[in-house]
Design a protein around this ligand. Sequence first.
Ligand code: EPU
Length: 300
Amino acid sequence: MNISRAKRKGLDKRVKGMVKFKEKLEFHTSLRVGGEAEYFVVPECYTDIKESIAFAKQLHLPWVVIGNGTNILFPDGGYRGIVIKIGPGLREKERRGNLLRLQAGESLSRVIGYLREQEFNDFDFLVGIPGTIGGALAMNAGIPEGTISDLVTQVKALTDEGELVILKKAGCGFGYRRSLFQKNRLIIVEGEFKLGGGRDWNIAELFERRRRQPRGLPSPGCVFKNPADYEISAGELIDIVGLKGYKIGGAAVSTQHANFIVNRGGASCVDILRLIDLIRTRVYKEFRVDLELELEIIFN
Ligand code: EPU
């Protein structure tokens, strides 16, 4: 499928939001890695998402949804289908009393600012997490003391048939960095949250913790989940096996926090995959712990 054929098929006519062809995915992932997306859509309404998926189905193309790209790795060869970026086009916020409705494309940091203006601190513990609401819900983002699922009451999602469904929190399969949205073809478009939980977060301490994490170089944040029922965190395990600072090509284990992989410049997807492999092998050899990826790797 080449670009002119895609244009003839008129994806750009069917979608109100931005449509690009051959878009570099390194611009849309915090790791700054990935080849080109054959089609790249930034929807402005739910119909745009439906149309993009319908188009993909007609042409037998794969499709994938991303948010801010903070937890995603695309192959160097890119993505031969449609990447749907739920971001700036879907950022509505609405608060009615203690209920807050957020569209999936809004960023966590903007929500924290918006709520602080109204003297709500419920989202404060998510400070420093760079994702969108949709991404944070899908990953159940958080810190050891709490996750976004503590606040959510229900999620509105689109099925791949284009039907809007509402899932109550109990039906969302939330677990540690997990939800049913990761495995199912359900696209989060909105979340509803209950405010006023009254938990007082120590903002200075939360900021201090974030300051200890790597900044400056492109990175997806924590690459591995902390192992369940094991007293040592992933970062500490990788640190103990001596891999802090270890480099493969342009990729390296951060010298500040061993559960972060950073792109020192020009890292390829292959560099990162090799580093991941090495880390898992070393940690398994020494501790018999099988580190599970938090980073999502997208294959065609
Ligand atoms: N540690 C080391 N060496 C390292 C890194 C950490 O010894 O290189 C030790 C620390 O000293 C500490 C322990 O490991 O005793 C845990 O480290 P840290 O407090 O940094 O927390 P974490 O478990 O590595 C978790 C989340 C982070 C979140 C922080 C906030 C996971 C996998 N990670 O990190 O979330 O920002 O807590 O406190 O659950 C993410 O999910 O992407 C993420 C970055």
